[in-house]
Design a protein around this ligand. Structure first.
Ligand SMILES: [Ca+2]
Ligand SMILES: [Ca+2]
Length: 195
């Protein structure tokens, strides 16, 4: 892969491959129609790439599905793509996944094994990750409430709701889902100069 090397004042100039700028993470970014490419260092020697249809945030790639699947099928679909259902471990990540697309999405959180013991798909507990974004009601039970009126087995899978908060829901329901995957790291062997 041949990339150009940019100077600070080249930010926001149009490159043949797309646009580049120094992003908030201090990395150079190119947006091309096919993919988001971001350099880990200046001068660029390694770049972070997300596949087509995946969005780059931090050091991860995210795919927001348009198809609807039940929770287990969503989990398996993300695993087939080499990733996992999204694991939300910070306010910034919560803000990213809930920005722009206000819809219902499965996330990688469940209490299938032990009722009330919520686990991420990598077996981390909410205590371990230290952040939760459950929906809170005023004067009524908060989420998760393990509601059993529609599904007697209760609600054992977590979704990101229109309200940008988490709800437990019946794992049988078909919903859109968010997959999270590692970035593709590319080592650049030849660096040109943008003038
Ligand atoms: Ca439950
Ligand atoms: Ca619920």
């Amino acid at each position: 892969l041949v990339l150009h090397q940019w100077s600070q004042d080249a930010a926001h100039r149009t490159l043949p491959t797309g646009r580049c700028w120094l992003d908030v993470f201090g990395w150079w970014t190119i947006l091309s129609p096919a993919a988001t490419l971001r350099c880990l260092k200046t001068p660029c020697q390694k770049c972070a790439l997300c596949g087509e249809g995946w969005r780059l945030f931090g050091v991860k790639c995210y795919n927001f599905s348009t198809d609807k699947l039940n929770w287990t099928m969503s989990r398996d679909y993300c695993a087939e793509k080499g990733g996992h259902l999204v694991i939300i471990t910070s306010q910034a990540e919560q803000d990213f996944v809930s920005s722009g697309v206000h819809d219902n999405y499965w996330i990688g959180l469940n209490d299938l094994e032990t009722e009330g013991k919520w686990m991420w798909v990598n077996n981390q507990t909410l205590t371990e990750t230290g952040v939760t974004f459950w929906y809170e009601r005023h004067g009524q039970p908060n989420e998760p409430d393990n509601w059993t009126e529609e599904d007697p087995s209760g609600e054992n899978c977590a979704k990101l709701d229109y309200s940008d908060k988490w709800f437990d829901a019946s794992c049988r329901e078909r919903k859109k889902f968010i997959c999270e995957n590692a970035i593709i790291l590319i080592v650049i062997h030849s660096i040109g100069y943008y003038v």
